[in-house]
Structure formats: C-alpha cells, structure tokens
Design a protein around this ligand. Structure first.
Ligand code: ZN
Length: 220
C-alpha cells in the first residue's frame, strides 16, 4: 500500500500557495528558472557522505522501503554545493523547477536550495499545514525548508503540541509501533477512540524533548 504514496513533490496547488500567484506563472513564461550548473565530477570535492541530523525528521536516513527511501548514497555531484559522495535526496522540493537537480542532505540541512531558484522564488520540502504553531515560530522555516520530505498521499497536517511543532517519526503501519503504547494510543485517539493500528494512513509525530505522540491522517 505504502508505495502508492506520491514520491515526488509536484503540486501546482503547492506552488500557488508558496510561491504566490499567477504573476509568477506569467513571469515564468518569459523567464525560465536558472539552468543547472555543469559540474565536472572528476574535480568535484568529496563530501564524505555527510549525514546532518534533522531534528524534525530524525530517522530520515533509515526511512523508507518499497522505493520510498528519502536519501540514497550517490556519487553526485550535488547541483547545489558541487560536491560528490553525498546522500542524495530522492524526492523533489515543492518549487517552480520541473527538472531534477541532484540535491544532497547537507544542502537541505543548510537551507541552501534557494541557490537553484531566482531571487524571490520560494520552496517547501512538504505539502503541509503546521497547525497550532505561531506564524513567527522559527521552527516553521526549519520544517518547510531545512527538513527533508517523505512520501504522502495528499497535503497533510504537521502535528504540534503545546504550540510547538513535533518531529515526524513514521507511518502508522510500521512494526515498531506495536511495542510503543504512546504511538498506538495517539492513533486510537485520532480515530475516535477505536483501535487503529496498523494503518498506513496515519503519520506519527513525537514531541522534540519528550515522549508524547500525536497522529495525523493522510488519507488516500
Ligand atoms: Zn549539496
């Protein structure tokens, strides 16, 4: 079932929301996005397969099966930093580009992807709403632009608790939740008090500095 989730960020809905407006589409007609840099792999410096930590998606490197891996080891080079020996991102950001730049984990963590866009263009790694968090909370920017995405069926709610966004921990049909009462309780709560595990339609989130879980729904 899980492999049915969308693997690539390709939503015009999202572009309209993030990049804002028909004016942008109009401008695009005349002025295409910047071409990808040509990088000679022979002279590109090695990054040594850097694995920066993502607070809001701590399992990003181990995550994914059935073709849903978020990162894969790759010779590169990354179109953003020009380095080889990278963990290459397997999805696409939600942005104006229609081609497939090679993007490394370090460039996502550093928030450098804007290099591949014109000034003023915006991007997000997720097609989500972060509910219950103040608009000026800097974690929103970290989630939207410096946290890798994962395959989902549809736009989804990113969970929060006490006004703070939570970390994405996985889908609701993973074996590990069987042994974690907090996670199955969160799914049960979201499902109106009925036992809901296992189900691929739940996204599980955990608070950053604690063990409380929340579940949101990502229906097919
Ligand atoms: Zn890079």
């Amino acid at each position: 079932m899980k492999w049915l989730r969308y693997l690539f960020g390709f939503s015009s809905h999202s572009h309209a929301k993030k990049a804002g407006a028909p004016e942008l589409a109009e401008r695009r007609e005349k002025e295409p996005y910047p071409p990808l840099p040509e990088i000679d792999p022979a002279t590109a410096p090695s990054q040594g397969f850097a694995q920066p930590h993502f607070r809001f998606f701590p399992g990003a490197y181990e995550f994914g099966e059935d073709g849903e891996a978020v990162f894969k080891r790759h010779n590169g080079p990354c179109h953003c930093c020009g380095m080889r020996d990278i963990y290459a991102y397997q999805k696409r950001p939600y942005w104006i580009r229609r081609d497939e730049p090679v993007i490394c984990a370090q460039c996502i963590a550093d928030g450098r992807l804007g290099i591949l866009l014109d000034n003023g263009d915006n991007y997000s790694m997720h097609d989500c709403q972060i509910e219950g968090v103040s608009d000026d909370n800097p974690d929103i920017e970290e989630i939207e632009q410096r946290t890798p995405g994962f395959a989902t069926y549809n736009p989804f709610d990113w969970a929060s608790i006490d006004g703070e966004p939570m970390a994405f921990m996985g889908y609701g049909d993973e074996e590990k939740w069987k042994y974690l009462g907090e996670a199955s309780a969160a799914m049960c709560e979201k499902y109106g008090g009925q036992d809901a595990y296992p189900s691929p339609y739940f996204l599980l989130f955990k608070e950053l500095d604690g063990n409380r879980y929340r579940a949101t729904l990502d229906l097919d």
